[in-house]
Design a protein around this ligand. Sequence first.
Ligand SMILES: Nc1nc2c(ncn2[C@@H]2O[C@H](COP(=O)(O)OP(=O)(O)O)[C@@H](O)[C@H]2O)c(=O)[nH]1
Ligand SMILES: [Mg+2]
Length: 200
Amino acid sequence: MASADSENRPSDHEAIPQAVKIIVAGGFGAGKTTLVGAVSEITPLSTEEVMTEAGYGIDDLSGVESKTTTTVALDFGRITINPDIVLYLFGTPGQDRFWFMWDELAEGALGAVVLADTRRLHTCFHAVDYFERRGVPFVVAVNRFEGSTSYGVEEVREALDIAPHVPVLMADARDRPSAKEVLVRLVTHVIDGRRPAMSG
Ligand SMILES: Nc1nc2c(ncn2[C@@H]2O[C@H](COP(=O)(O)OP(=O)(O)O)[C@@H](O)[C@H]2O)c(=O)[nH]1
Ligand SMILES: [Mg+2]
């Protein structure tokens, strides 16, 4: 391995540039704002608003009726994974009526985290499908909510029809180490995917 410590700029030989954009996606109420807030070193910029009639009858609240705030535009946070990699996190707005923003968000993204809500697994179908179609590498983080059926990782993989090479892991979006582990797993997954098979 060539040592290029004097030049700290990313070169096209490196698999990962220094500052990378990561998308945090998942259904409405899956824990996106929570995850970005749990790991961010900077006060996460969030545009959380008390829900108003704007979403009445439009946003699907089944399963999360107690939720009174919603992310209007997006969550933004930053986390340093190691001295070489700083992640910039962009949470997607969960509401269906903001899907038009996804292409904008996905532009230049290294990868994505899809938060799967165990109460409403179907709410992350769109995100899984979207990243698969766009070829954006992603991991699925299964958020365990109290009182919900506790699915195992393999059950969720099967239910969402996730390809075998895509990591699916349990997580708690409220817990910093857990949320950070999800991001590290994503970065590792991206690096593995970019590395030409050169084992041995
Ligand atoms: N039990 C549990 N609750 C969570 C978890 N992540 C988020 N929550 C709670 O679920 C609610 C919705 O989370 P939020 O981050 O606003 O969801 P978002 O719509 O995806 O941004 C909040 O009250 C969180 O405290 C988790 O991993 N486990
Ligand atoms: Mg939110």
